[in-house]
Design a protein around this ligand. Structure first.
Ligand code: AMP
Ligand code: MG
Length: 321
């Protein structure tokens, strides 16, 4: 656990927003208001900042996070919009709609944002403070709800303080949130020719409004089944090579994904820091995948703090397929 921070309460005026933007650009975590709930923001391109979000929330799993940008141009820098996605974007952004889109690998997002998937969830929030902050930061910001894992989503700065004080750099106080419900998440179910939109999570925008904008029904749950359980889908991400956990040393022919003071082909954190290890996890798994198919041995990782989320993911990677 990181040493306690002095969490600052910033007013959502020009100076406060500039300060919040500066903190985010330096990799610190800042909570800010959106029209749904208060988000816990971190720079989506900074592995350590994204890992820090999991640490601050005490999340036991690496679910993919939603990247927030101020406008469609920002979306297009990180993801590919299909025609139907563009129709929804033009109808409902800015607003409480999240689209899961094919990610642009060259966009420089942390691999932890997509938790190993090739897609990225993106939203353009409407809240004026969120808008001003995102424009000031000028880079995508991931922001799950700003509460400790398993607790109620915060709709005021005081809620955020009660849950996360000492664990994050600042809270930008923009008053109470209007919607108070999470964003509706729409993904695209693969079909033989065109993908069709499907609701992955109901939220602040109704299915009826989405269908009216499309002029067509959404894909059925069956058609969307492959992606309706995003957590599960993410869990299927695993290197092609077999994975052996809890390895003190690599056996002949194995490659070692190390942790701590060991000689390894890749090392999650030579100094044994769990936040650094989380920050490196998905990128290194991808790199090992690209490197070849020799079996992978993984050093033991302490099952505490972020180590639990790391071990959860490694166990799935090592599970028989
Ligand atoms: P939260 O972190 O609470 O804001 O929730 C984010 C939601 O978005 C979770 O339900 C995630 O599973 C979902 N999500 C984020 N990225 C993706 C993705 N690439 N594919 C499918 N679902 C996603
Ligand atoms: Mg939440």
């Amino acid at each position: 656990m990181a040493p306690a921070l002095q969490t600052r309460l910033l007013q959502a005026d020009e100076a406060g927003i500039a300060e919040a933007a500066d903190l985010l650009r330096r990799g610190a975590l800042v909570s800010f208001p959106t029209e749904t709930v208060y988000g816990l923001g971190g720079d989506a391109g900074n592995d350590l900042a994204v890992a820090g979000i999991y640490e601050a929330k005490g999340r036991p799993r690496f679910n993919p996070l939603i990247a927030h940008v101020p406008d469609l141009a920002g979306v297009e820098r990180i993801a590919v919009l299909t025609d139907e996605a563009r129709t929804l974007a033009e109808a409902f952004w800015p607003g409480p709609l999240t689209l899961v889109l094919e990610a642009r690998p060259e966009a420089g997002m942390s691999a932890l944002v997509s938790a190993g998937l090739s897609t990225v969830a993106v939203r353009v929030p409407a809240h004026p403070v969120a808008q001003r902050l995102l424009r000031a930061v000028d880079r995508p910001i991931v922001a799950p709800s700003a509460n400790p894992s398993g607790r109620i989503s915060p709709t005021t700065a005081a809620h955020v303080m009660a849950g996360l004080s000492g664990r994050i750099a600042a809270v930008l106080d923009g008053g109470p949130c209007g919607v108070g419900v999470e964003s509706t998440i729409v993904g695209f179910a693969p079909r033989p020719t065109v993908p069709r939109p499907v609701v992955l999570r109901p939220g602040g925008l109704s299915v009826e409004d989405i269908e009216a904008a499309l002029g067509a029904p959404l894909a059925t749950r069956d058609e969307g089944a492959r992606i309706t359980a995003p957590g599960q889908l993410a869990s299927h991400y695993a290197p092609d090579a077999p994975v052996r956990l809890g390895a003190e040393t690599a056996r002949p022919g194995e490659r070692l994904l190390g942790f701590g003071d060991v000689e390894a082909d890749w090392n999650l954190s030579p100094r044994g820091d769990l936040v650094e290890a989380a920050a490196n996890l998905f990128r290194m798994m991808h790199e090992m995948d690209r490197d070849g198919t020799a079996p992978i041995a993984v050093s033991p990782i302490p099952d505490e703090g972020l180590g639990r989320a790391i071990n959860d993911r490694l166990r799935r990677a090592a599970a028989p397929r």
